[in-house]
Write a protein that binds this ligand. Structure first.
Ligand code: AMP
Length: 177
């Protein structure tokens, strides 16, 4: 369990950038969390503690900030890391999933041989907003034969109710209401 004071240390280490990348958006900048060794350590200790009993086979991280938290956690849990990347970046045969953005579409991909059938996978990203990205990631994990056992985010914009879009349980370290 994360204490209230530790959660506050993590939350206050994340910087709000107004009107980025466009007007009306408050961008949650996690670079200040990464640069704060105390907050970063508290976060990674907490994630390790939570997931060490989940009997996971892999962490799947979403391009690009999910790679940072996901690969550290994978190493700490002594398991593998699998990247879910934006279209056109992965070199081997992929499975792709489109998802909608506010205007238009984007697409994420995973290597077709990333997992063995039935592997237990945790999906991780820095933030869930509308849930489109995570939904596509979870679908990809299931499409290539693994089981997405939980979706984990450092931040959840809870007022957007995106967790209802996901099949597996959602855990977010900090919920913003
Ligand atoms: P969504 O698909 O709407 O849930 O958006 C989630 C993805 O977009 C994540 O990969 C986030 O890194 C990024 N994202 C969306 N909204 C924000 C925000 N307000 N601040 C920082 N990143 C965001």
């Amino acid at each position: 369990m994360l204490s209230r004071s530790d959660r506050e240390i993590i939350e206050s280490s994340i910087r709000d950038i107004k009107d980025f990348p466009k007007e009306g958006i408050i961008f949650k900048d996690i670079t200040t969390l990464l640069g704060d060794k105390k907050a970063f350590k508290i976060l990674m200790n907490h994630l390790e503690d939570r997931y060490k009993s989940y009997n996971l086979d892999y962490i799947a991280g979403i391009d690009a900030r999910g790679f940072i938290f996901g690969s550290i956690l994978a190493d700490r849990l002594n398991i593998g890391f699998v990247p879910i990347r934006k279209k056109g970046k992965l070199p081997f045969t992929t499975v792709a999933q489109k998802y909608s953005l506010e205007y238009g579409f984007d697409e994420v991909e995973i290597h077709i041989d990333a997992f063995e059938e039935g592997d237990r996978v945790l999906l991780i990203d820095d933030l869930i907003a509308t849930g489109g990205t995570a939904e596509a990631g979870e679908t990809l994990i299931n499409q290539v034969g693994a089981i997405c056992v939980e979706n984990c985010f450092i931040l959840e914009l809870a007022f957007l109710n995106a967790r209802d879009r996901l099949k597996a349980p959602v855990y977010s370290v900090v919920e913003i209401n």
